[in-house]
Design a protein around this ligand. Sequence first.
Ligand code: GLN
Length: 391
Amino acid sequence: MRGANSYLGSVGTTIFTVMSALATEHGSINLGQGFPDTDGPADVLQAAADALKDGRNQYAPMPGVPELRQAVAAANKRFYDLDIDWATEVTVTSGATEAVTASLMAVLDPGDEVVLIEPLFDTYVPVVRLLGAIPRIVRLAPPHWDLPYAELAAAFGPRTKAILFNSPMNPNGKVFNAEELGFIADLVIRHDTYAICDEVYEHLTFDGAKHIPLMTLPGMRDRTMRIGSAGKTFSLTGWKIGYVTAGAALTPFVQRAHQNLTFATAPNLQRAVAFGLAKDGGYFASVAGDLQARRDQLAEGLAGVGLAVLPTKGTYFITTDFSGLGFDGDDVAFCRYITEQAGVTAIPLSAFYEEKGAPRHYARFAFCKRPEVLAEAVERLKRHFVIGGSR
Ligand code: GLN
């Protein structure tokens, strides 16, 4: 038989699925794929349950239910002072992964170049390639992950159509600062391109680090597609509700992409998320505060095991350097080894790299878990590497 899609033939199953399956197989504590181990807020769950029973279970409007689009516009105003017209500038998608794909589809033609920042989330490059566009990747270096200005500027050229980046950034917990965002905005304007901003961790920042949407910078209002996620904001990753805020000229393109991907998204869950976005400031502060405490707990625990813990200012994740353990193998081998031998699962950082020369001695651990689960994970690693003397 003829070969199916040639690019997909070269893409493996996503690392998050591979490591979660391995964790299940070995009864390992899963600090790999980033999802909380408790449900989101009870009142948001109740709103979803109520919305299931009031007779609105048929197709939602293609762009999203008005309640949620209004709530997304209101949240843009409340958190970032952005004036957004809910009717023409907001699109609801089935998760932020779809939102990223729809946003790329909205602007790319085959042969266009897209600037990406590495380490990067594992759907970015495949989607760019499937659209016939060309990734131009700029790499950040640990441990500080500073933006290399000259390299970024050099990545922009006459064929550049867009930049896609993630802030707060998975896997390394970097939160782009005002100066870096200003530099990006200047390039986007100078080269007459678009920006796709994956901001799913917008409310999950620590130590007073403030998330700044690129969209709020001068000249960026109508060039930016700003992506948010109910999964991350409300600890409900299985709901798969994302949203794209973009100018009124760009939004129809996002919506035409969305109508050809999933068409519409579960109406009851959308209505519950609308309820959630209207929760008071205390909710948003408490999610970040809780996570910060868990970050500190896991960072301290992992340091006690002998891992070098890199700073993280946002997201669900800590990056660690395991060189000090004397493990003989790369990051993929290490994550497999600790899953099978110590009963704790992490994600190899090289999964977030597309190009050759990725670092091979870092592992990413998720801390969005109950404190007792984090404590048990650290105990297991200690038993293996410290008490067991395997280091
Ligand atoms: N964002 C999650 C992570 O980085 C994974 C999402 C997914 O599995 N698609 O762990």
